[in-house]
Design a protein around this ligand. Structure first.
Ligand code: FMN
Length: 229
């Protein structure tokens, strides 16, 4: 299994600790190959909102975006980790990654590889787990049909400050989740994906039309006649 880990925390702290329990357990499950993406280093510039990607043109930061996109597309599974930050739930560097890859949205130019991928989200927070909802929304919007998560309400800002019993409980839960995630068989597409496909098809036909992007992107792939999943 090829796993790309998107390390959403700008530092090696609680979220890194939690991720290592999960990925260590994956290694015990079988043949797993990891690729690491650190958004803070991988994408040194912010999305400037030019919308070229939404029109099928190259991003001004393509030299940084392309390797990240390749790592995402090549993976059988994604592991996205993030601490919860009060302003918009995730660190700016991770949000920047999602902004740079927003052209993968179902209504624009999704990639066929996404529909067969699975993803696992790990979040830590002093109290909140709300980052899960935002990240899961982005992944489902890319067409990923199998999104699981585990969020930790630590009620402190440091892993070691949690009672030992609580640390062990989180570790056990993460290891169990990793085993389940590794063994999971591909299921039916989410109702959300099916709904978004038909909604996107309607919008592209009615409001975008032939000769424009992303209508042409969909048309070249035959997606107006047949679902890509
Ligand atoms: C800028 C910032 C904002 C934060 N906002 C929240 C918050 O609104 N709710 C919360 O539960 N924790 C919040 N936290 C705490 C972190 O989510 C928590 O300590 C997390 O485990 C840190 O992960 P890390 O060690 O991987 O950086 C915030 C931390 C930072 C740095």
């Amino acid at each position: 299994m090829k796993v790309t880990i998107i390390h959403g925390s700008p530092r090696n702290g609680n979220t890194g600790t939690a991720e290592r329990f999960f990925t260590d357990e994956l290694v015990h499950c079988g043949d797993v190959e990891f690729t690491d993406v650190f958004p803070l280093k991988a994408l040194p510039a912010f999305c400037i909102g030019c919308q070229r990607c939404l029109g099928g043109e190259s991003c001004p930061h393509a030299q940084h975006v392309e390797p990240v996109l390749e790592a995402v597309l090549a993976a059988d599974a994604l592991v996205i980790t993030s601490p919860h930050y009060g302003a918009s739930t995730m660190p700016a560097s991770l949000k920047n990654l999602f902004d740079h890859l927003d052209f993968l949205a179902l209504a624009v130019s999704p990639r066929e590889e996404m529909f067969g991928k699975r993803a696992f989200i790990i979040t830590t927070g002093s109290g909140s787990k709300a980052a899960i909802g935002t990240i899961a929304g982005c992944l489902k919007n890319w067409g990923i049909n199998c999104v699981h998560s585990f969020g930790m309400r630590m009620l402190t800002n440091a892993w070691d400050k949690m009672p030992k019993q609580k640390q062990a409980r989180f570790e056990n839960s993460l290891r169990r989740a990793a085993r389940r995630f590794y063994a999971e068989k591909r299921g039916k597409p989410y109702l959300y994906t099916v709904f978004m496909y038909y909604l996107s098809r309607f919008i592209l036909r009615r409001y975008v039309g032939s000769g424009s992007y992303p209508y042409n992107y969909w048309d070249e792939r035959g997606w107006f006649q047949k679902r890509p999943f």
